[in-house]
Design a protein around this ligand. Structure first.
Ligand code: AMP
Length: 195
């Protein structure tokens, strides 16, 4: 099975779709956002530091993001299908991921880019905020910060993978099940190319 990354703006549905991939293809997921929120809930000194970034809608520093993911890769490298959710989010993270995977004779085979127009993203995040849950969804100014950081720092990652021929754009609009179908079709195609 191909190793893949789910890529896209805040609110694109990465978390939701990653659950579908785990259920159907038994992917082993590395979801940095979840790991960071776990640290925050444990109220450790590191958790407090992490919370100061997340609650402002900012990315945690690359060095921290990379070291957490590296520990996960080492722990999970024997799984033959890894799914990265929300990582890499900067070009520096992307190059670090390539190096760390290469040192274990692994690579990212495809990056699924969930494409959703900004107006719909804002609506989805507002809907998620009403359901309670994530603190970083609650404040419009912080959501705007996340969108700006996405455009400035994360979008260049798409270009990085497009240059390697690994970027697969998926229409992320419509019903969850419709998007899931498109994603599964892309993964099936990647798996065939893998054989
Ligand atoms: P997510 O659950 O993927 O939306 O991530 C929630 C928050 O965790 C983000 O807004 C960032 O503050 C932080 N975060 C998640 N992934 C990364 C990453 N790859 N690099 C830096 N910060 C991240």
């Amino acid at each position: 099975m191909p190793n893949i990354a789910l890529f896209g703006p805040p609110g694109a549905g990465k978390g939701t779709q990653s659950q579908k991939l785990i259920q159907t293809y038994q992917y082993t997921a590395i979801a940095l956002g979840d790991l960071l929120r776990e640290q925050v809930s444990q109220q450790t000194a590191l958790g407090q530091q992490i919370n100061s970034y997340i609650s402002m809608g900012k990315l945690v520093p690359d060095t921290l993001a990379i070291s957490i993911v590296e520990a996960q890769v080492i722990a999970k490298k024997h799984s033959n299908r890894l799914l990265f959710d929300g990582f890499p989010r900067t070009v520096r993270q992307a190059t670090a991921l390539e190096t760390m995977l290469a040192s274990h004779q692994m690579t990212i085979d495809g990056v699924l880019f969930l494409d959703v127009p900004e107006a719909e993203l804002v609506q989805r995040i507002q809907g998620r905020a009403k359901m309670g849950g994530r603190t970083d969804d609650q404040d419009t100014a912080k959501v705007a910060t996340r969108m700006r950081i996405y455009a400035d720092e994360t979008l260049p990652v798409a270009q990085y993978y497009a240059q390697q021929g690994k970027l697969l754009k998926i229409d992320g609009t419509g019903l969850v099940e419709q998007v899931t179908k498109r994603i599964f079709a892309a993964v099936d195609k990647l798996s065939c190319a893998d054989l």
